[in-house]
Design a protein around this ligand. Structure first.
Ligand code: PLP
Length: 381
């Protein structure tokens, strides 16, 4: 039997319509988008069409989109590129950011910046009072993610932007896990820069974007041939960019259906998990509809993930996002979760093609695997 995929926050399958849009640019239309001949012009037109599709999906103008090779690159570009044009002060990032935001912020310390972390509460929401107190010192950049990849917690980005702007700080948000799951409107969020990524929404790997306020002054991360108006040199990955554009259009079109489907599955799952005495992290706050992050006392998360994989379910553990680390999730530790419980964390993230039957089967499998693992622990003790 084919393994059931419940790990859509890690990456998603390419949508068939996306593949169809990409294929010509991987075979016949192989032109370089900067070339003057007809192949080049066709590739350029395709990139510009994709730029419009991405812009439309996030409520921006196409000239505000800078294509990158990934969300990771766009986040590094935002932090490094914005700060490089400012006198060093402090960079504030939330304590639950993806490492591709927090690590570039730390790296800026080599250039005289101070990187500080904004606390979150037990529900994974930004502690606004802590942010306010940090903002009393001169601040160049605030970066807070729109939706968290582990718990799914959604932040009030427009309120955080307003506060940051009042203190003359630039505001960036990582919207990688928000796009395709909740409405993402660049203008309403009131940020100066926003990151999105293709492979999280049924698009291909190899494409991401930084959406920029037209008035922002930003330094490129990559220097070279001057592509992307000098902001991101490197020959455009035309096929991936085309796929990203197509995926954005589909994601927006299917947003309501995605939300209804995944939220009903998540509700069913959470009810079942509670009956099995799971602790569900951040479930009292606002979450993206497809994500549930939970743990069982005295059950190791990695062990449970491996056991579930053997039984035909692909789910993630708490440390999945910092691949090489066996430390408990920094997100859970920031929320004040006990370290032992945090080591038990498992994440389920649904996609639109998952079914109620799969969730029912998952809960039954989980129940029997939990009993088996508890038994093993009892024997070993
Ligand atoms: N930001 C968040 C919140 C993510 O979940 C991820 C990927 O897991 C990234 C950034 C990195 O995006 P990419 O995989 O496109 O580099």
């Amino acid at each position: 039997m084919k393994t059931v995929y419940f790990d859509h926050n890690s990456t998603t399958a390419l949508k068939p319509q996306v593949l169809e849009a990409m294929l010509p640019f991987m075979v016949d239309q192989h032109g370089n988008a900067t070339s003057r001949h007809s192949y080049g012009r066709t590739a350029r037109a395709a990139v510009e069409h994709a730029r419009e599709q991405v812009a439309n999906a996030v409520g921006a103008y196409s000239n505000q989109i800078v294509f990158t090779a990934s969300g990771t690159e766009a986040n590094n570009f935002a932090v490094h590129g914005i700060c490089s044009n400012l006198e060093p002060t402090q960079i504030l990032t939330s304590s639950i950011e993806h490492p591709c935001v927090s690590r570039p912020a730390l790296a800026m310390q080599a250039y005289g910046w101070q990187a500080k972390s904004i606390h979150v509460d037990a529900n994974c929401n930004i502690d606004i009072q802590h942010l306010q107190s940090l903002l009393k010192a001169p601040t160049g950049l605030v970066s807070v993610m729109f939706a968290n990849n582990e718990t799914g917690a959604i932040q009030d980005i427009s309120a955080i932007s307003q506060l940051s702007r009042q203190h003359n700080a630039y505001m960036h948000t990582d919207a990688v896990q928000a796009l395709g799951k909740i409405p993402v409107d660049f203008v309403a969020l009131n940020v100066h820069a926003m990151t999105v990524s293709s492979h999280k929404i049924g698009g291909p790997l190899g494409a991401g974007a930084l959406v920029l306020d037209k008035r922002i002054d930003i330094q490129p991360l990559l220097h070279g041939g001057g592509q992307e108006k000098g902001l991101r040199s490197g020959t455009e990955n035309v096929a991936s960019i085309v796929g990203f554009g197509a995926a954005c259009e589909l994601a927006v079109k299917n947003l309501t259906a995605f939300d209804m489907q995944t939220e009903s599955l998540r509700k069913y799952l959470d009810t079942g998990l509670s009956k099995l005495n799971a602790v569900i992290f951040g479930h009292h706050g606002l979450r993206i509809p497809n994500t549930s992050f939970f743990a069982f006392a005295n059950i190791d998360g990695e062990t449970l993930v491996t056991a579930l994989d053997k039984k035909g379910f692909a789910v993630a553990s708490g440390s999945a996002c910092s691949s090489d680390s066996d430390k408990p999730s920094h997100v859970l530790l920031a929320m004040g979760v006990d370290e032992d419980l945090a080591r038990g964390a498992v994440r389920v993230s649904f996609g639109a093609n998952n079914t109620l039957e799969q969730v029912q089967h998952f809960l039954a499998t989980l129940e029997s695997e939990l009993a088996r693992l508890k038994n093993l622990t009892a024997i070993a003790a």
